[in-house]
Design a protein around this ligand. Structure first.
Ligand code: COA
Length: 387
């Protein structure tokens, strides 16, 4: 396999974009990434686009062809990748594999979603299709309900408290307040989280990621070629993907996501690093409980022990294990197809030492963790600044 580096990043502001459509968002992020990489359209060999459901959200299918056309990349091969909320992470992995394999030298990976054109009931139904439609959504179990079950069980098994989940939200809103592209720019308190309206007990409004519009794009290149374009090489040193049961009731345990565990093991093995080497991690906190599960399933903590680190503020940008410095899905927003690429963008910003107030000191190695649905897909990447 050849070595691969990220040479360009581009992102739109995340939030509610009344004035911009799906294609406007993706063009904006795409242009930013190409400019940042300093590559011309004709130098790019292929494009992968992560989008969960643009057909149901805005009526636009055939998203990759649209993006290639509007960013000016025709006639390169353009492929849409779908893995629910992990669509962006999977698009990145496909782009990585295309370069690592020697098939292509320079590849673009993007992710986008325009979610706010639907009302909350409609978007919940679309998102709910990423679970087991017959056994879960059809019975009324949308994602807040599914993650609420996981939260209840975690509370039962490990004495996790609602206050612990609230601390995750407070920290992610704090990080988001230092991030210009985040959806929410205001800090919140534990009391505000606990007093916010119940969505699906024990999860409250401020335990949930929001409905978001946004796009993110990155450019990858074979390492030797990458040196032509940038002095700061961010190498992809590990990539792992795994699948697990789609329905909650089929799992042996609902307090762990097996696909996360396997994807992390694969990525760490390939990267030849251990948890101690990771300077920051962007995890898939679609709900606050999901950040707790992720930190345990990725192997940073034993089951039931992540909350101790959270209570001790270790997961802040200036703590011993910075988690979700972008603000995460909770604070930065979660335009589902874009999220996995946004995580790569944030790690690249940190490794380039460009994160301003939320900069992690001496960041050299970062991890991303992107989940589809309630855990049937997980994809983990490890990136390292090598120059
Ligand atoms: N966090 C913080 N504030 C939020 C928010 C969130 N997740 N969601 C909405 N808000 C704010 C809005 O900005 C709005 O504020 P305003 O009154 O100052 O303008 C207010 O709360 C009401 O917003 P509204 O859109 O009416 O909320 P809602 O009740 O319709 O939707 C949720 C709230 C939590 C149900 C919705 O955001 C949701 O479904 N989130 C989960 C998305 C999801 O499942 N993603 C996939 C994960 S696998």
């Amino acid at each position: 396999m050849r070595r691969v580096a990220v040479i360009g990043i581009g992102i739109t502001k995340f939030g509610e974009h009344w004035e911009k459509g799906f294609r406007d968002l993706v063009i904006e992020a795409g242009k930013n990434a190409l400019e940042d990489a300093n590559v011309q359209g004709e130098e790019i060999d292929a494009l992968f686009v992560g989008a969960m459901s643009p057909g149901l959200m805005v009526g636009q299918e055939h998203a990759a062809a649209l993006v290639a056309d509007y960013i000016g990349l025709n006639p390169i091969p353009a492929t849409r990748v779908e893995g629910a909320c992990a669509s962006g992470g999977l698009a990145f992995r496909n782009a990585y594999m295309a370069v690592a394999s020697g098939m292509h030298d320079i590849v673009v990976a993007g992710g986008a979603e325009k979610m706010t054109d639907l009302d909350t009931a409609q978007i919940s139904t679309v998102l709910g299709g990423a679970g087991d439609e017959e056994w879960e959504l059809f019975q009324g179990a949308t994602f807040p309900a599914i993650y609420a079950l996981m939260a209840k069980r975690h509370m039962h098994e490990y004495h996790t408290r609602e206050e612990d989940m609230a601390l995750v939200s407070v920290k992610n809103h704090k990080h988001a307040s230092m991030n210009d592209y985040a959806q929410f720019q205001k800090e919140i308190t534990v009391e505000e989280v606990l007093e916010s309206k119940t969505v699906s007990s024990p999860l409250k409004l401020l335990d949930c990621s929001p409905i978001t519009d946004g796009a993110a794009v990155v450019v990858l290149a074979e390492l030797e070629k990458a040196k032509k374009y940038t002095d700061t090489l961010i190498e992809v040193i590990g990539s792992g993907q795994a699948s697990g049961q789609i329905a909650l009731h089929d799992r042996q345990s609902i307090t762990q996501i097996d696909a996360t565990r396997v994807a992390a093991e694969k990525a760490l093995k390939q990267a030849k690093v251990t948890h101690k080497d990771i300077d920051l991690v962007e995890v898939h906190d679609c709900f606050t409980i999901a950040e707790i599960l992720a930190l345990e399933d990725l192997g940073f903590f034993k089951k039931g022990e992540a909350v101790k680190a959270i209570r001790e503020n270790q997961t802040y940008y200036d703590g011993s294990l910075p988690v979700n410095t972008s603000g995460g899905l909770k604070g930065c927003g979660h335009p589902v197809g874009a999220t996995g690429i946004k995580q790569i963008v944030e790690v690249a910003i940190q490794l380039r030492n460009q994160a301003g107030k939320r900069q992690v000191k001496n960041a050299e190695i970062g991890m991303t963790h992107n989940v589809g649905g309630s855990g049937a897909t997980a994809v983990v990447h490890i990136l390292k600044r090598i120059k």
